[in-house]
Unconditional design. Structure first.
Lengths: 72, 257
């Protein structure tokens, strides 16, 4: 179990995502994309993994935009 | 996670640097303030022009112009109030801000304790601001206060009120320019420095400082946000290589040092 957790959070891009989100209240997908310089597909995949592991809450908007915050 | 004091020195590569610059950037995004600023200035100018026209029309007994200017003034005041309190106003500001920021996306930092409705004490302070200025207007109209001292009178409440707002909303350092410059202008007026408007332009002693100081603070914030964003990208991307979309096997890796 711990190994799974470590694998999710210790991947460099995901760790950067969480670090950014720790510094702010809420951020949208475009902000993370711009800050990290990842491709959309790659960032989306990382976000899915973080959401499944319960590290972030993702609110998907009807316009296709999504806002993210760290899970409490 | 302990993020350290904002002035704490971190070693290069410390992840807390990413947090620090993300937060500084979020706190210094001032385009939304600029959008509100432009709207309020436009409304105030319309109200001012309409009030002036009303006065002229009343003196010249032009009832047509009088009616139109009164209607414009009332509509502008309602428009300003409605825009300030309605959810629609917030949505418009959000959309314009998003459009202006473009690819920078949306990010926000207000601190955990700032969620929920505006507390009663803050609303009361806002009401106090209005009452303070109404009292000032009455004092001027009864000639117990000279009009040239109206701005210093305003600053007595306005400057501390803005400071409370800045602390409450956890705005960046840029926001402090607003009350400090407004208070500074009041002090200069009291010391008889030749910074004030004279004669028929004396009304500008109230209008210009409040908007000019605000615009200056917003501009400082925007310039600082560019610096914070540059630093955020630098520290967040350092050593990060973007591979193909990650699947079960992680493909985004750190550069070998």
């Amino acid at each position: 179990m711990m190994a799974d957790v470590d694998r999710v959070i210790h991947e460099p891009a995901r760790l950067r995502i969480l670090t950014i989100l720790t510094g702010v209240d809420v951020a949208d997908f475009n902000f993370l994309l711009m800050a990290l310089g990842l491709t959309k597909g790659n960032l989306s995949s990382h976000m899915d993994k973080l959401e499944k592991a319960g590290y972030v809450d993702i609110k998907r908007a009807s316009t296709g935009a999504s806002r993210t915050r760290n899970s409490p | 996670m302990r993020t350290g004091n904002d002035s704490t020195k971190f070693q290069p590569g410390d992840p807390r640097l990413v947090m620090r610059w993300a937060r500084r950037y979020a706190k210094s995004r001032t385009i939304s303030f600029l959008v509100q600023w432009v709207f309020i200035v436009v409304m105030v100018v319309i109200i001012g022009v309409a009030a002036n026209l009303t006065s002229m029309a009343y003196r010249s007994e032009n009832m047509g112009l009088f009616s139109v200017s009164v209607a414009a003034m009332v509509l502008s005041i309602f428009g300003l109030t409605w825009f300030s309190v309605s959810p629609w106003g917030g949505e418009v500001i959000y959309r314009i801000t998003q459009w202006l920021y473009g690819s920078e996306g949306y990010v926000e930092y207000t601190g955990d304790q700032r969620k929920g409705p505006t507390p009663l004490w803050l609303t009361a302070l806002g009401g106090g601001l209005v009452i303070h200025h109404l009292v000032g207007a009455l004092l001027v109209s009864f000639r117990w206060l000279s009009f040239e001292h109206m701005q210093p009178f305003s600053a007595l409440y306005m400057a501390p009120f803005l400071m409370v707002l800045i602390v409450y909303q956890r705005l960046g350092f840029w926001a402090w320019f607003w009350p400090l410059l407004y208070a500074g202008y009041a002090i200069l007026l009291m010391l008889d420095f030749p910074v004030g408007f004279r004669g028929k332009w004396m009304i500008l002693n109230m209008v210009v400082p409040v908007f000019a100081c605000g615009l200056f603070a917003i501009a400082i914030g925007h310039v600082y946000s560019r610096w914070a964003l540059w630093n955020l990208k630098r520290v967040a991307r350092a050593g990060l290589v973007d591979g193909p979309p990650a699947d079960e096997d992680d493909q985004t890796t750190a550069k070998e040092a």
